[in-house]
Write a protein that binds this ligand. Structure first.
Ligand code: ADP
Ligand code: ASP
Ligand code: MG
Length: 821
């Protein structure tokens, strides 16, 4: 005998039911079968709503019953030949009438008891199984409808009745032992049973799987097959993890753990009866019958998978009982568990502090209120005598569980688990590792579940890629180039680094384009133009609300309002990559706070392009310091803009025009005075000093400015006019340098004195041909690091230090660094 169970989605539509019929018909010629059927999908929920409406005196329940009638009559018309329509429609009408008379009673009494709810819900399974039975009858198959209410006997815990195993086994075995009951096919409704008084009970939502297992164990079936809408048990709920993979084989124990911790694919009590009877279970897909699916059997496969799957239960509460007197209360745990058991509250997880001053229990949200009353009543005396505090309740929590029998042989699983959760800013409220080490569970906030499951899946299963979600602030010159560069590299990064870079947000100062699935980069400019308006705070709020894994905020603006959001982002573990220099050149205390937030929340805070665009200046400095070197002096030409200007100014074309050229080529800050006045160079040398460990402030940097003070008045346009007027001043600077056989360079210097104090200054200098700075062309930067290890000859870094393309590529490199952290 084989037992096949078809779930709600397998009998949800007439198309689906036809597939079920085909699967069964093909098999029934070879072997007798019990086929257990769920209600058509959605019907059980509908029946509950109907009962509730009737209890509230809401007439709408009648229309709802009519809809239900139509759904089932349509199934009859589609599945049965015309000749059988009348009989089958009659059968449906009769059952619908029974539903109506039950509802009339509920309406009259204005009460919808659990007993009545079970009775009403049972019609879902009765209708579907009777219609399918009629369809097989019409096909000429030797079949019979088996009333599970008479076969499966339970106690009277309506809505989740406990099966009387020996009585049930006996009843089923007696039935099949009777020679007048021999058929090729038995069609049985799932989910429903009855108590000693013969009242209908149900086995709990999703309980048809359990019905299948009960029949399989009782008849010693050679196999139990659970047919559903996915091709087996997957490494995670496919509705949460896009890339969840099918598990070919799994042990009973592992399947039990996964289902206990929320994997809806199997109703938790299902496994035990078939495990005891050593019956293999296959999970199969009605819509892809050729797919092998998952085999559940005794042994956990000896493959390389330490973790078999990840599951989660949303909406739990953590109940904590605390008190110094707990140790002294005799039979404390027994009393606590008994109090909850009496109310039929199932405990999903337990943690107890080793000092025995507190114990925490995870229960389902719907059980919380009852649990609080039960526990406070049980320990009333101890609470009144202040041995215990009243029960503390924490809400809006979820359980996530890593399951795998091999985990006990592999140290470091929990380290990996909590490391990845921490890096993603997911706070863990409680941790439990089963003593058999088949699972590790953690309690986290409900809003973090999707993210947690996805990052864990990536960490433990992803052989293809790690998804990184980018939110861009700024879509101008650098931003545009960056998006182009990313677009070109997506496939390369996937294949070489296993990174899937998704740009999920692009914002400029007016518009915000967000798509958590990833923005289609082929026409992002049009989409951004059509996107809703919003300010930076709204953008950040959306980032935090979306709570996507591996999120990176990329600031390619030069705005203070954008830089002001870093603290908020870092403290939610969102990494920040910035070419905006404002945050790192703000007062030292703020810079230091951002660095420590990044450390504390395991987020990256990277800003290589703050100095020398994509030249590896900050990264190299960090490497020197981290490896124990000490930087004693930095000399540098750090302004690509000023270098470009002084390399191109020869007194023939006006100084103002050369500056304009630099601006048009994208080498200047939006306000070029930041470059020409030396502020930008001051910021850069200050950032280098800070990264070298010296808490420098802007005010302490000496600036030998060369721009006349009048240039700083008015707008950028006024500035150009004023420079034209000041042309003789610039010409004079140039002539003096030529006369001295030198070139003009704007040089920054940072030096440590004998007391270990650092100081910095910037200014225009005459550079002689024997200097490293003399042969510096175009918009190049040059940095000389003098350190303990590079004491005589400095370490030299040289190359283009400005321009949208190189800046974008520097930001891109930081993004990859952040993604791989
Ligand atoms: P049925 O109606 O056949 O009983 P269910 O809806 O009860 O089906 O269970 C199947 C569903 O379980 C799948 O469609 C899937 O969305 C969900 N599910 C949750 N976790 C898992 C998992 N680990 N593997 C496969 N499916 C899962
Ligand atoms: N029809 C019931 C439910 O929806 C039982 C089942 O489908 O397994 O919960
Ligand atoms: Mg199910």
């Amino acid at each position: 005998m084989q037992v096949l169970k078809f779930g709600g989605s397998s009998v949800g539509t007439t198309d689906a039911i036809s597939k079920v019929i085909a699967i069964v018909k093909e098999r029934v010629q070879r072997t007798p079968m019990i086929v257990v059927l769920s209600a058509m999908s959605g019907v059980t929920d509908q029946l509950i709503l109907i009962g509730q409406a009737a209890a509230q005196g809401n007439d709408a329940y009648q229309t709802m019953i009519q809809n239900l009638a139509k759904k089932h009559e349509d199934a009859v018309l589609a599945l049965l030949p015309n000749a059988q329509h009348a009989n089958a429609i009659n059968m449906v009408k009769q059952l619908i009438q029974e539903i109506e008379s039950n509802c009339a009673m509920i309406l009259n009494e204005r009460a919808f008891t659990l007993q009545m709810q079970d009775c009403l819900m049972s019609y879902g399974e009765i209708l579907s199984s009777k219609i399918i039975s009629a369809a097989f009858e019409a096909e000429g198959v030797d079949q019979v409808w088996l009333d599970s209410r008479t076969m499966i006997k339970t106690n009277s815990s309506y809505s989740s009745a406990v099966v009387d195993k020996s009585l049930t086994n006996q009843t089923i075995q007696n039935y099949f032992a009777n020679s007048s009951n021999q058929h090729a096919l038995y069609l049985a409704p799932g989910f429903i049973a009855s108590n000693a008084e013969g009242h209908t009970t149900t086995l709990g939502r999703g309980g048809s799987d359990y019905t299948g297992a009960i029949y399989a164990a009782a008849v010693q079936a050679e196999v139990l097959e659970i047919w559903t809408d996915v091709s087996g048990i997957m490494t995670a709920d496919p509705r949460i993890v896009q890339n969840a993979k099918e598990i070919p084989k799994i042990s009973y124990q592992e399947a039990m753990e996964l289902s206990h911790f929320g994997a809806k694919i199997i109703y938790p009590p299902t496994i035990l009866p078939v495990m005891r009877a050593h019956i293999p279970v296959w999970i199969k897909n009605t819509f892809e019958p050729a797919h092998p699916g998952t085999l559940i059997e005794n042994e956990s496969p000896k493959d390389s998978n330490t973790i078999r799957g990840i599951s989660s239960i949303k909406d739990i509460c953590l109940l904590s009982l605390e008190g110094a007197g707990m140790v002294a209360i005799p039979g404390f745990s027994k009393r606590l568990f008994d109090a909850l058991a009496k109310k039929q509250i199932s405990i999903l997880l337990i943690t107890q502090s080793s000092s025995e001053h507190s114990i925490s229990l995870g229960v389902r949200v719907q059980d919380t209120h009852l649990a609080k009353i039960a526990v406070d009543a049980e320990f009333e005396h101890e609470i009144n005598s202040q041995l215990l505090e009243p029960l503390i309740i924490e809400k809006d929590l979820s359980i996530i569980a890593l399951v795998g029998a091999q985990m006990r042989n592999h140290p470091g699983v929990s380290g990996k688990m909590f490391g990845v959760l921490g890096r993603n800013g997911i706070n863990v409220s409680a941790i439990v590792q089963g003593s058999s080490e088949k699972n590790i569970t953690a309690v986290i906030a409900v809003q973090d579940v999707r993210k947690a499951i996805n990052v864990l899946h990536e960490e433990f299963f992803e052989t293809t890629y790690k998804q990184v979600n980018l939110y861009m602030a700024g879509a101008g010159n650098v931003g545009g180039k960056l998006i182009d560069q990313i677009k070109k590299q997506v496939l390369y990064l996937q294949s070489t680094l296993r990174l899937q870079i998704n740009i999920v947000g692009i914002a400029n100062s007016k518009k915000q384009l967000i798509n958590v699935e990833g923005i289609d980069l082929s026409h992002w400019r049009d989409q951004l133009a059509a996107a809703p308006a919003g300010n930076i705070q709204e953008y950040v709020a959306a980032i935090l609300e979306n709570n996507l894994r591996n999120s990176i905020f990329v600031d390619v603006t030069a705005h203070a309002t954008v830089a002001d959001t870093y603290a908020q982002l870092l403290s939610k573990a969102v990494s920040v990559v910035a070419c905006n220099k404002i945050a790192c050149s703000s007062p030292y205390a703020h810079y230091a706070k951002l660095k420590s937030l990044a450390r504390n929340y395991n987020a990256a805070f990277l800003f290589e392009t703050n100095v020398g665009a994509s030249l590896p200046i900050i990264g190299t400095l960090n490497d020197l310091i981290r490896s124990g070197d000490r930087v004693n002096k930095i000399e540098a030409v750090l302004s690509g803009t000023l270098n470009f200007v002084f390399n191109n100014y020869d007194g023939n074309t006006s100084f103002a025009k050369v500056v304009k050229q630099a601006q048009e080529a994208g080498y200047t800050e939006p306000d070029p005075r930041l470059d020409l006045g030396g502020t930008d160079v001051m910021r850069k040398v200050m950032i280098l000093a800070r990264e070298a460990g010296h808490p420098l402030e802007m005010e302490s940097i000496e600036n030998e400015a060369f721009l006349p003070a009048s240039c700083f008045d008015g707008s950028v346009a006024d500035f150009y006019d004023e420079m034209e007027k000041q042309e003789p001043h610039f010409k004079k600077l140039y002539d003096a340098a030529i006369a001295a056989g030198s070139k003009l360079k704007f040089v920054a210097k940072f030096e440590i004195d004998a007391n270990g104090q650092g100081s910095a200054k910037v200014g225009l200098q005459h550079i002689q041909p024997n200097s490293d700075f003399y042969h510096l062309y175009g918009k190049d930067n040059l940095v000389l690091f003098y350190s303990d290890r590079y004491s005589e000859l400095p370490m030299v870094i040289k190359g283009a230090g400005a321009g949208a393309d190189v800046t974008a590529s520097g930001v891109f490199a930081d993004i990859i660094r952040a993604a791989r952290a």
